[in-house]
Design a protein around this ligand. Structure first.
Ligand SMILES: Cc1cc2nc3c(=O)[nH]c(=O)nc-3n(C[C@H](O)[C@H](O)[C@H](O)COP(=O)(O)OP(=O)(O)OC[C@H]3O[C@@H](n4cnc5c(N)ncnc54)[C@H](O)[C@@H]3O)c2cc1C
Length: 405
């Protein structure tokens, strides 16, 4: 039997952030990652200012990342170049950091900080009644007062804990590839909000060009499950259609690898219990308004360990409360918003308003990126509050009339 203070299942940003904070505090922590050292994760690689703030809190050196100053928002023939909002709470820059390198960097910082990391080792929770007492991994048993589930989009470990997606809530699917472009060093992300599938149905989601500064761009498309025809949506086709639209303006070369798709979980029916908590994608923390999950993984990973350090026994319930106070309201509004834009006849006029003027587009960027500073909420804060109230009232109707799959 191997005794530890803390066990972590999964070595993505959420698990690595937890391991870094724990190891720096002198905790005996072991992280299990089923992939090899340097494993890749299907992602757009985009870090918003919110994610940069979380990385700064973790004291991560951002110099290997490609700095990003804002977003080019495209809808139909309208294109608006936007700077990230200026707030006291978040920096005014983001980054693109390909996950292969980003995740390796984070996990290496965890190791340097004193965490034990076991690669190519799948771990599953060990239960005593409904209490998680540790994990079983690589034929060995490990015990600790707390296990952090940071295993990404819900799988076998989540199933054992009942930490599964709520079937009544939306989720996302997205696909990405890398391709060479002379515009790789640009300082703006590009997002096309007016995608249509092969049948001409408006897609609630977007196509992205995220320049990585290394000769390539991360190109991808994502869609929400609230879309009409979602079950039959062919993401490879949608990506090819989008690539055809941007090919000339980006002088885009061929994909460097086979496009890969993955899920974006946006809900979780249970994110804590005796002896365990879920963080990041495992807890359903993906922003439905923009598909961002890295920041939420970093923040929740750090928060879980802070609660563990304060009081291991009370940590699961306290974490659940605090993470809820930080994210639940916004993410609930985001899920309601995704039912709204699942209706093509609401999506189209909505887009017209969102990019209609520079001010409206600035507000859209701040709201969708959850970049509202609570102390000085400004126009974006007011819009978010209004959206929260309106969507709460409209929610039953939007769900009842959701586009048929
Ligand atoms: C196509 C696409 C584009 C995206 N673009 C962006 C973007 O641009 N910006 C952004 O912020 N977010 C983006 N996201 C979301 C983002 O990728 C995730 O939210 C983020 O990776 C969540 O981090 P995590 O640490 O919770 O999980 P993950 O990064 O998925 O890490 C989980 C880890 O756990 C390991 N694991 C799983 N089960 C076990 C087990 N039983 N034992 C041991 N190890 C296990 C896995 O191998 C994996 O390494 C995108 C998602 C997709 C699919």
């Amino acid at each position: 039997m191997n005794e530890r203070d803390l066990l972590i299942i999964g070595g993505g940003p959420a698990g690595a952030a937890a391991a870094i904070v724990a190891a720096r505090a002198g905790v005996r922590v072991t992280l299990f990652e089923k992939g090899p050292h340097g494993r890749d994760k299907v992602c757009g690689d985009g870090l918003t200012p919110r994610a940069v703030a979380a990385l700064e809190e973790l004291k991560i050196d951002l110099s290997p990342a490609h700095r990003i100053d804002g977003l080019r928002m495209i809808a139909g023939s309208k294109s608006r170049e936007l700077a990230w909002p200026t707030t006291d709470r978040f920096p005014n820059h983001g980054a693109v950091w390909p996950r292969h390198r980003f995740d390796t960097h984070l996990v290496d910082v965890a190791i340097e900080s004193g965490a034990e990391v076991r690669f190519e080792t799948e771990a599953l929770p060990e239960l005593d009644g409904d209490r998680v007492v540790g994990v079983r991994a690589g034929g060995e048993q490990f015990r600790a007062p707390l296990t952090i589930l940071a295993a990404g989009a819900q799988g076998a470990a989540a199933k054992m804990l009942g930490a599964e997606r709520d079937p009544d809530e939306p989720f996302g699917l997205a696909i990405r590839a890398y391709a060479p472009t002379p515009r790789h060093a640009e300082r703006h992300l590009e997002a096309c909000l007016s995608l249509r599938d092969e049948h001409g149905t408006a897609v609630p989601g977007y196509g992205w060009m995220f320049p990585a500064g290394d000769g390539t761009v991360n190109i991808g498309v994502g869609a929400l499950s609230t879309m009409k025809g979602f079950k039959k949506l062919n993401l490879n086709k949608l990506l090819d259609q989008y690539a055809a639209i941007v090919r000339d303006s980006w002088q885009l070369g061929d994909y460097l690898d086979k496009p890969r798709a993955w899920r974006l979980p946006m809900s979780c029916v249970r994110r804590h219990g005796p002896g365990w908590v879920a963080v990041g994608d495992a807890a359903g923390f993906v922003n439905p308004m923009n598909g961002e999950g890295i920041d939420y993984g970093l923040e929740s990973g750090m928060l879980a360990v802070e609660q563990f350090l304060a009081d291991p026994a009370a940590a699961p319930a306290r974490y659940d409360q605090l993470v809820g106070e930080r994210f639940d309201r916004f993410l609930r509004t985001g899920r309601r918003f995704s039912f709204l834009i699942g209706h093509p006849w609401l999506l189209r006029p909505g887009l017209r308003i969102a990019v209609g003027t520079q001010t409206a587009a600035d507000i859209t960027l701040a709201v969708m990126g959850n970049l509202v500073d609570d102390r000085t909420p400004g126009a974006a804060g007011k819009v978010l509050k209004l959206a929260d109230g309106t969507l709460r009232l409209a929610d039953p109707l939007l769900r009842r009339t959701r586009a048929a799959a």
